[in-house]
Design a binder for this molecule. Structure first.
Ligand code: ATR
Length: 289
């Protein structure tokens, strides 16, 4: 990589940022596509997000990713926000415009693209969504915006599932999201579903944990999509496979949230060949054996 007077810079703001895989994604893409572009992590201390965004704009930074804990707080420093990101209330990508940065949520567009790449549909589907934290809430919005037929939102704490369901159903003027207590899964209709695992249960180093142990639950799943990518095969995925279903991890979501951001910043389209090459690098970085 040669850095010269014309190099365009993008970066990541968050706290902490030391373990991010985003530089691997973006600097690999720049190399493959021959762009004079560099991506660097910028740790930002609590209370300094607005300063960081203004400073980045003044420095002619082309775009930024935003990670924990600033995905909501950053919205106050933007001049425009994409519709889905505004509904979700979380932004992970800032794109430079003439007046300031515009915010997007490529976590969700990336999840949608990853699902499409795996041949998974949302439109018209009945979906089980496990969890009611920030990630699950964003997935609930994605499912409603992509016209899922029904989303059974299962959570250990029913209140949180109800809150998300009320909010999303109000925004989309329907009854798409049906909140349920996690332990009530035996009351689900007799059919097989796409299931999205959006809790942190099973994340390394807690590889042996899973949100529901009962093998009978997994008979209800034709495809299980775990947002976790470490370990590469989660216990949830193994249980789905043991029951005869298909299972995917979240590594392609990570890949495509990065590719969507790269495309927005550089006004380009990444080829499948380049996407596959970056995926292989991510695979080696997260799953060394
Ligand atoms: P994030 O914002 O990253 O999605 P979060 O807000 O901490 O994470 O939410 C974590 C989710 O995992 C919640 O849905 C949580 O259930 P509760 O709302 O009942 O707390 C769920 N979760 C965490 N540990 C769990 C466990 N051992 N069993 C069942 N659900 C669990």
């Amino acid at each position: 990589m040669v850095i010269d007077g014309k190099t365009k810079t993008c970066g990541l703001i968050g706290n902490p940022v030391e373990h991010t895989l985003s530089p691997l994604i973006h600097n690999t893409l720049a190399g493959l596509m021959g762009h004079n572009f560099v991506y660097v992590p910028f740790p930002v201390a609590e209370g300094r997000v607005d300063e960081a965004v203004r400073g980045a704009y003044a420095l002619d930074i082309l775009g930024m990713n935003v990670t924990v804990p600033y995905k909501s707080e950053v919205i106050g420093s933007l001049t425009a926000v994409d519709e889905l990101a505004a509904q979700i209330g979380a932004v992970n990508t800032l794109v430079r415009t003439d007046t300031g940065f515009k915010g997007y949520n490529t976590d969700m567009s990336g999840l949608f693209r990853a699902m499409t790449a795996e041949g998974i549909r949302i439109e018209g589907e009945e979906i089980l969504l496990l969890g009611a934290g920030g990630a699950a809430r964003a997935v609930a919005y994605l499912c409603a915006s992509q016209k899922a037929k029904k989303v059974y939102l299962l959570n250990r704490t029913l209140d949180k599932a109800q809150k998300i369901a009320e909010e999303v159903n109000r925004v989309f003027a329907g009854e798409v999201i049906i909140p349920m207590r996690l332990s009530d899964y035996s009351n689900l209709p007799e059919r097989r579903f796409l299931a999205v695992q959006a809790t942190s249960v099973g994340l390394a180093p807690h590889d042996d944990e899973v949100i529901i142990e009962d093998a009978a639950f997994y008979q209800k799943i034709h495809t299980g999509f775990d947002l976790i990518y470490k370990p590469f095969t989660t216990r949830f995925m193994r249980l789905v496979k043991d029951a005869g279903g298909e299972a995917c991890n979240g590594l392609k979501m990570l890949l495509y949230q990065g590719i969507d951001a790269y495309e927005l910043w550089n006004r380009t389209t990444v080829t499948q060949k380049d996407a596959d090459a970056v995926y292989e690098k991510l695979r080696s970085a997260t799953n060394p054996c």
